[in-house]
Design a protein around this ligand. Sequence first.
Ligand code: FAD
Ligand code: EPU
Length: 346
Amino acid sequence: MSARAHGNGYTIVENASLRGRNTFGVDARAAMLVEVTQSESLAELFGYAMLKTQDVLVLGEGSNLLLTRDWPGVALSITARGIRVLDDDGRGARIRVEAGEHWNDFVHWSLGRGFAGLENLALIPGTVGAAPIQNIGAYGVEVREFVAEVETWDRVDARFVRFGNAQCEFAYRDSLFKRERDRYVVVAVSFDLPRQRELRLDYAGVRDELAAMRVDTPTPATVAEAIVRLRTRKLPDPARIGNAGSFFKNPIVDAARADALRREHPDLPAWPGGDGGTKLSAAWLIECAGFKGVRDGDAGISERHALVLVNHGHASGAQLWALAQRVREGVRDRFGVELEAEPRVV
Ligand code: FAD
Ligand code: EPU
């Protein structure tokens, strides 16, 4: 790996390993890695011919990314940090966070300063810049409830563009940014966070966890702690076993299809999926189709959670993807339900 250039607010490295930059721990390389510490430098960087003409893969912490091959173009990582309160009226505040901040650090920063809302989203890996891409969500809350504005560099029009909440087209694990892949580089996100908010405790397991912690009067901080305990128990830690969290989205099917499936499988977990659809548990479908804990070389399906594809050691991205295809086909054959990958697959 050889450093090629340092500019004002960025570093360029040729033939860079991405192994430590994806939580599957997959060994892949990028022809060029550009690390941006000051987002203003994007205007200068994208003035260069090589960035204009090459494919650009925007990278956060790689916790929702499966690399099945080397990246022949530029991997662009925004590492700019900073949290600033823009406006505070006593009841709540607008807070601007640069894309390179760690999501979980920001959650704890907000709770530590008495803001409420992000407690159910504690311990989700990744950067603040990636949070709006798939509208991260957990335990009954999605980040779209708090996003006021997303600041981006638009690679097509070569200028900075801001999106208000409604323009982001947020949906379950989706947004305009996820659909228009790599067009918008998120440089900062502003959040509106209240100081008081009704706690969301209805997701299965949350109240039981608080009871086990002997918490009678939950606060945002104790809810966050309950979520951390639940997540730590349920999901494998990427520091120990490579994974990207849920590998598939929970599929949304129409009501008639859901009713037919539930008649045949009364214990299949299902929830309202928005727009009249029904969201089914992908984990249940995968487990029932016999894939929980399976292993094909170092590629596997977690024994803890059937929705988590894992790298037991040295699986390549192609091997992990091949197993994911097998799971998808198995679920299609057994239930006639189509699973869609949640992470970005390169
Ligand atoms: P990356 O994986 O690096 O990138 C993900 C996508 O976003 C890519 O398409 C990338 O190009 C794009 N991207 C990243 N940064 C930017 C940017 N600045 N501008 C434009 N595009 C960008 N997700 C949930 O929603 N809920 C969960 O509960 C959850 N649990 C998880 C648990 C584990 C153990 C793991 C490993 C993952 C989990 N995830 C979860 C998925 C993941 O944490 C989120 O998707 C997270 O937002 C990804 O952040 P990242 O910085 O790692 O992004
Ligand atoms: N289940 C099984 N087998 C398993 C695991 C779970 O049958 O091995 C069943 C359980 O019975 C449970 C249901 O699946 O009723 C749901 O399980 P869980 O609460 O773990 O949630 P999930 O639907 O599997 C989703 C998100 C997670 C998020 C949790 C908590 C998606 C794709 N995944 O998982 O997000 O943390 O809910 O809100 O929506 C991610 O996106 O990467 C992610 C981890």
